[in-house]
Design a protein around this ligand. Structure first.
Ligand code: RB5
Length: 151
């Protein structure tokens, strides 16, 4: 699985921790390091850049980290076909994949510490969409998204 990651200025340290953690586990992770190319960039363009790489199929899963995880989730969800959610607990991280089939996990570096963040990433990584009763709900979300993007 190809995982892509990025963060804003509030989460540089946590991003490093997560990249190291994924590499240790043998997960192929690409750090887009948007801030390295554009100093002072705000979270919307950083999140948008990553979400576009999910949309174009370059990566299957993405992790976005900012101060709260909120802004990153909001902007990633603005890209058609990309679904993101903030998770600060393991149960939500599992459900984000199993129930919601979201490709992008967001977290807040000002909300949780590195150990919990690693555990959340681990749970999210091994979880897959389960279909079943969640399928029509996800289908409905896609249909409403189509109406919204293509009125
Ligand atoms: C800081 O720029 C803060 O607004 C950002 O990291 C994030 O928490 C936004 O949702």
């Amino acid at each position: 699985m190809k995982v892509v990651i990025d963060c804003d200025d509030a989460a540089l340290e946590l991003k490093k921790v997560i990249v190291r953690h994924l590499e240790t586990k043998g997960v192929e992770v690409t750090d887009l390091d948007y801030l390295g190319q554009k100093k002072g960039a705000y979270y919307p363009e950083i999140g948008y850049n990553l979400a576009c790489r999910i949309k174009d199929g370059s990566f299957e899963r993405g992790i976005l980290i900012c101060g709260t995880g909120l802004g990153m989730a909001m902007i990633a969800n603005k890209v058609e076909g990309v679904y993101a959610g903030v998770c600060h607990d393991v149960f939500s991280a599992e459900r984000l994949r199993k129930s919601n089939n979201a490709q992008v996990l967001t977290m807040g570096a000002r909300v949780i510490g590195p150990e919990l963040a690693k555990t959340i990433v681990d749970a999210w990584l091994v979880s897959e969409f389960q279909g079943g009763g969640s399928q029509p709900k996800v289908d409905q979300m896609h249909e409403l998204e189509r109406k919204s993007f293509h009125p």
